[in-house]
Design a protein around this ligand. Structure first.
Ligand code: FES
Length: 173
């Protein structure tokens, strides 16, 4: 008695390999979107959010050309959690009464700045960068003036966005 071709080991092996390959392809096709959904928060840019800084009437009362460091707290989604990120806003009023909302980060490598009242300058402790009260570079390696936070006034309150006005590529600070 001869074996039929349907029962031959090579045909059975071939069918097993084909079924295995089809199963693997289906498995990968199902797994990729699921994994993408699970991992995507890790690769997303930080949310753009608003945080309250204070009442505009109070901020307008600050002394002209005397910076006031005010903390803000951004509530942002990072990965699967919501975190509170504290940041500093340096509020400056010029002699016409206009308010500026600067970042306290040096524009060289990001060190936090100190206001030196006796010299009327922001000083960077890292490499000696200096800025005048309106954020202009007056010494050291910083390549550009101080960044300014995106802001708006809503119902008498100043709101700050976690983004700089003049550096739109820096999203989600
Ligand atoms: S980080 Fe401020 S001068 Fe380098």
């Amino acid at each position: 008695m001869t074996k039929s071709s349907e029962d031959s080991p090579s045909r059975r092996t071939f069918m097993t390999v084909v079924i295995g390959l089809i199963s693997a392809v289906i498995g990968v096709a199902v797994a990729i979107p699921i994994l993408g959904e699970i991992l995507s928060p890790l690769f997303k840019k930080r949310d753009i959010v608003w945080a309250e800084l204070g009442k505009i009437d109070d901020l307008k009362k600050i002394e002209p050309l005397t910076p006031k460091f005010v903390p803000v707290y951004f509530r942002v989604k990072e990965g699967w959690t919501i975190n509170t990120l504290p940041r500093q806003v340096v509020v400056v009023k010029d002699i016409t009464g206009k308010l500026y909302f600067f970042s306290n980060q040096c524009t060289h490598l990001g060190c936090p700045l100190h206001w030196i009242a006796a010299r009327q300058k922001f000083l960077c402790p890292c490499h000696g960068g200096m800025f005048n009260v309106l954020g202009k570079v007056v010494g050291g390696p910083p390549p550009r003036p101080l960044y300014q936070w995106v802001h708006k006034v809503n119902s008498g309150k100043v709101l700050i966005q976690n983004k700089f006005i003049d550096n739109p590529k820096d999203r989600g600070i």
